[in-house]
Design a protein around this ligand. Structure first.
Ligand code: ADQ
Length: 448
């Protein structure tokens, strides 16, 4: 049977040679499945002003574009998705902007997606919706007789928080148009079920009654491509690059942070925790270095530009207080890297400090633990990944003293304990491999 994937963005990059598949995240998770089924990917985003359909090079996948006028795109994506849903689902309530005009654009955009999918749909197709389009499953059900799956990549907040949205009921009704709803962790499943119950739906175990139907809600944790990261961990060129990075660090121990520059990722708090380490554990001065990589993200949104300004400021302050002629305590890289380059950073680092204030899952934590030879993962207990990566050093990302203490412990951890924790982590990450993720979700959807 055919498969239609709907996402905000297409999993391809436009190069002078044409469209080529993007690496990482969703593209790795979904493209192989789509190729096997000769499926269609429906997206807006970057392609919105270009042609209608496209077939990327060396790919069996067809790309179909949803055209959104600029103003509507801004309201739907820059507005409702990035300034309402994103802060709400990550518990940044003071950042939520409850604007009617955003919601109107969001409704319009969801309808355009629904209409485009209905045009593409053929009898027997399954539709798999990714993120953001909460109204879409119901709009699809009104239009086509498809099996509909929906996966939400960010946390579903507690029902008390979700209820802040004046449009909460309509959004939940929208999601419940699906046959199967997926989240990364059992906690988000639980939160969704309670939210549905709050709006008066009958909930039994992991199912919600909608008219004559039962809608299932399941945890389907997404992992990484362990085959690929296993290769990167062995590649001798990357090994050379890693050693060069370690020399650049010029210290006994290297700590690494890697994130999109997003306020949910806790970059500011992490820098402050590192400053706290240098203040409270002065024995590490001159012996440790911290590399923070931050990928530019959503730079047209004011909150993100403001965050960049504050991060720059704290980076400057730490340098001002601690820099010596023979020691650079901190290096801050505001750029995007290839997967090979990132792997070199992973292999160079003795400790990864991955401390989002909230995160649906967090794949960087898995990429690091799987690629490093004997490093230590310090992980936020508020990331979805903490549910699975129990052998990491778990920290509260708001607690600066706690993080400084965990860092000190990570830096001193004996080889035996490091290897024991790491081999347990690698086994857990293998069990979550991305290759099976989409197939498992679709199998559950199609048999239900
Ligand atoms: P993100 O918030 O983007 O994803 P994450 O899961 O960590 O967060 O994935 C980021 C990806 O980008 C990783 O694969 C990483 O390698 C890559 N990356 C980061 N910085 C980079 C850089 N400088 N250069 C190149 N690549 C870089 C959302 C949710 C997460 C959820 C995922 C998947 O917010 O919680 O885990 O979707 O569902």
């Amino acid at each position: 049977m055919g498969l239609i994937i709907v996402a905000n963005r297409a999993p391809f990059r436009l190069t002078p040679e044409g469209l080529v598949p993007a690496v990482g995240g969703l593209a790795t998770a979904l493209l192989p499945v789509l190729e096997r089924r000769h499926g269609v990917w429906v997206a807006a985003g970057e392609w919105r002003e270009k042609g209608q359909a496209a077939t990327p090079r060396e790919s069996q996948v067809r790309l179909e574009q949803v055209f959104l006028p600029e103003k509507e795109w801004q309201g739907y994506y820059g507005g409702f998705s990035n300034r309402v849903l994103w802060p709400l689902c990550h518990y940044f309530l003071e950042r939520v902007e409850l604007r009617r005009d955003f919601y109107q654009d969001y409704q319009r955009a969801n309808r355009r997606f629904a209409e485009r999918v209905a045009e593409v749909f053929r009898e027997g197709d399954t539709v798999f919706v990714q993120d953001y389009h909460l109204l879409l499953p119901r709009l699809l059900r009104e239009r086509i007789p498809a099996k509909i799956g929906f996966f939400f990549h960010i946390p579903w907040p507690s029902s008390g928080v979700f209820r802040i949205l004046p449009w909460g009921r309509a959004l939940v009704e929208g999601v419940l148009g699906a046959d199967l709803i997926g989240f990364h962790t059992p906690e988000y499943v639980e939160n969704f079920l309670r939210t549905a119950a709050h709006y008066g739906y009958r909930v039994e175990e992991n199912r919600v009654r909608v008219g004559e139907r039962w809608v299932r809600v399941e945890a389907h944790p997404l992992g990484i491509d362990t085959g690929r990261f296993g290769e990167l961990a062995q590649d001798p060129h990357i090994g050379l690059h890693a050693r060069a990075l370690k020399r650049l660090a010029g210290a006994e121990r290297l700590i690494l942070g890697v994130d999109r520059l997003d306020y949910t990722k806790g970059i500011l708090e992490r820098l402050l925790a590192y400053e706290r380490l240098l203040q409270s554990y002065p024995q590490w001065r001159g012996r440790v270095a911290f590399f923070q990589i931050a990928t530019p993200s959503r730079t047209s949104v004011h909150a993100y530009r403001e965050l960049k300004r504050r991060v720059d400021e704290v980076v400057g302050r730490i340098m001002g207080s601690f820099l010596r002629e023979d020691w650079v305590p901190l290096r801050y890289f505001y750029q995007t890297y290839t997967q090979e380059e990132l792997a070199a950073f992973y292999r160079a680092a003795d400790v990864a400090l991955i401390t989002p204030l909230r995160d649906g899952m967090n794949l960087v934590a898995m990429e690091y633990a799987y690629t490093t030879e004997d490093g230590v993962l310090v992980l936020s207990n508020l990331a979805g990944a903490a549910e699975y990566l129990k052998e990491a050093l778990l920290v509260n990302p708001y607690d600066l003293d706690g993080m400084a203490q965990a860092l000190d412990r990570a830096l001193r951890m004996p080889g035996g304990e490091r290897r024991e924790r790491l081999s347990a982590l690698k086994a857990r990450i293998e069990a979550l491999d991305v290759q099976g993720w989409a197939e498992r979700f679709l199998a559950s959807l199609e048999e239900g």
